[in-house]
Design a protein around this ligand. Structure first.
Ligand SMILES: [Ca+2]
Length: 130
């Protein structure tokens, strides 16, 4: 599945059997303006595809357990379908399977309109590089 939005290109990665994969665009052009209501300098996470549904904006870089109501309230685990990384670092996505399992990476300056089936509605934590 590939869609275009402005100068950016979307490419989804393939989910392996718990192995690493990457999510990334082939080309990355800085956006002239923010989109999906995500301010430049932030990374935003959405319940539905292409910025739809509930949005959560990460307050800083670092590790966020989305299933912890002290971190995100109401919790946002098992809900993320699209991501706009307009922030200042790469984002690593993790699923809790009795331990943190890395699902993929969204590079700085890239966005994903719809996470693939191995990742959609599975992310429980994110790590944003500082
Ligand atoms: Ca999960």
């Amino acid at each position: 599945m590939r869609l275009r939005l402005g100068a950016r290109r979307l490419a989804t990665g393939l989910a392996g059997l718990g192995v690493l994969f990457s999510i990334g665009a082939v080309t990355a052009t800085p956006a002239a303006a923010s989109f999906w209501n995500c301010p430049d300098g932030s990374s935003c996470y959405y319940e539905h595809e292409y910025g739809g549904g509930r949005m959560w904006r990460a307050p800083s870089c670092g590790f966020f357990n989305l299933g912890d109501p002290n971190v995100v309230n109401p919790v946002f685990n098992d809900r993320i379908t699209s991501i706009n990384n307009a922030g200042n670092g790469d984002i690593d996505l993790y699923n809790w399977e009795g331990r943190w399992v890395h699902l993929g990476t969204v590079k700085k300056g890239y966005w994903v309109g719809r996470l693939d089936g191995g990742t959609n509605d599975k992310v429980d934590a994110i790590q944003i590089a500082c």
